[in-house]
Design a protein around this ligand. Structure first.
Ligand SMILES: Cc1cc2nc3c(=O)[nH]c(=O)nc-3n(C[C@H](O)[C@H](O)[C@H](O)COP(=O)(O)O)c2cc1C
Length: 161
């Protein structure tokens, strides 16, 4: 069985809560990213990188501080999925944009878990590329049905793992 781990950064707990729900569905290990190391990244078959956005579409600081380690990790042949948490109404100009900074750090990995627009309304998002989100976009405060989005994503993800 594939070893799946979710590495998350969270400010007020929204991303953590979503990851706990997701982790239960995937039977995955869940780790605050500030506890992760290059070796732990390399131990996994599938890595799920989860972060909320802060500033103007930036990653949470805990993830910013780990990007170098992620970049140095040998992820060749591994699968990586992204979970992006934000607020489409209050931050419509940079909705879940921070997670785009993962892309240069996972070049040797296989990106899985891209998702559709699926009813979101925003003006701009760096994480929405060529008509798709680069991962799962969640607005846990603005979308009461966010767990249903996770359920749907998990079904698609399991086919790619
Ligand atoms: C100062 C500040 C800046 C934010 N910037 C963004 C942003 O650029 N894009 C976005 O989608 N959400 C933004 N948000 C919303 C948070 O990402 C959102 O509240 C999220 O649910 C927080 O999750 P967390 O508790 O896991 O950190 C911002 C929130 C704050 C307080």
């Amino acid at each position: 069985m594939s070893k799946v781990a979710i590495f998350y950064a969270t400010g007020k707990g929204d991303t953590k809560k979503a990851c706990e729900y997701l982790g239960g569905k995937l039977n995955a290990k869940i780790l605050p990213v500030n506890e992760a190391t290059r070796a732990v990244f390399e131990e996994q078959d599938v890595l799920i990188l989860a972060s909320s956005s802060y500033g103007f579409g930036e990653l949470h600081d805990d993830w910013k501080n780990k990007l170098n380690e992620l970049k140095e990790a040998n992820l060749k042949g591994k699968k990586v999925a992204i979970v992006a948490v934000g607020n489409q109404e209050r931050h419509a100009d940079s909705f879940v944009s921070g997670v785009v900074d993962f892309l240069p750090c996972i070049k040797d990995a296989i990106l899985i878990g891209q998702s559709e627009l699926d009813g979101y309304k925003f003006d701009s998002s760096s994480a929405f590329i060529n008509g798709k989100f680069i991962g799962l976009a969640l607005d846990t405060k603005g979308d009461k049905e966010y767990e249903a989005r996770i359920d749907k994503w998990v079904v698609a993800l399991k086919e790619q793992i």
